[in-house]
Design a protein around this ligand. Structure first.
Ligand code: MG
Length: 165
């Protein structure tokens, strides 16, 4: 088993949709970023890459590259999962926490779970999504931005059973 941790934060301020965990969440502001600003998917990608010993999201998808301007972060996530597959690794489970004063994420958690589980190739029961405020403290509390933490466990893919001769 291999464990990985990821963290990301982005600033509010863009007149664009707010996308969290691949799901568009109604909110007056989106997050500023080179990509679509999906802070939760970025934290998840970093946790996956970290567990596999493959560096971080910035190394694989540099924000200096025009290729990733405005990119749907789920595309990056699926590429990371493919990299893990090349290493013979698959996701055991993921535990994810979004930190934001607003919007309320609870109504969107089932859709986020289903979306991320689909990209990770696992049952939604293996993807836990939590949200918390910071009770008005710090940059998230002041509504300046959002942050996300991710912890994942990777497991070595089981060898395919040998077909009987
Ligand atoms: Mg990011």
């Amino acid at each position: 088993m291999r464990i990985g941790h990821g963290f990301d934060a982005h600033r509010f301020g863009a007149a664009r949709p707010l996308v969290i965990g691949g799901v568009t969440v109604p909110h007056p502001q989106g997050l500023l970023a080179h990509s679509d600003g999906d802070v939760l998917v970025h934290a998840l990608c970093d946790a996956l890459l970290g567990a596999a010993g493959l560096g971080d999201i910035g190394r694989h998808f540099p924000d200096s590259s025009a290729e990733y301007a405005g990119v749907d972060s789920r595309v990056l996530l699926r590429r990371v999962v493919a990299l893990l597959g090349e290493q013979g690794l698959e996701v055991g489970n993921a535990d994810l926490t979004v930190v934001a004063q607003a919007p309320k994420l609870a109504p969107h958690v089932p859709a986020i779970r289903a979306t991320l589980a689909s990209d990770l190739g696992v049952d939604p029961s293996r993807v836990n999504v939590k949200a918390t405020t910071t009770e008005g403290m710090g940059f998230t509390g002041r509504g300046e931005g959002m942050a996300a933490h991710a912890v994942v466990l990777l497991v070595e893919r089981k060898a395919s059973p040998v077909a009987p001769a």
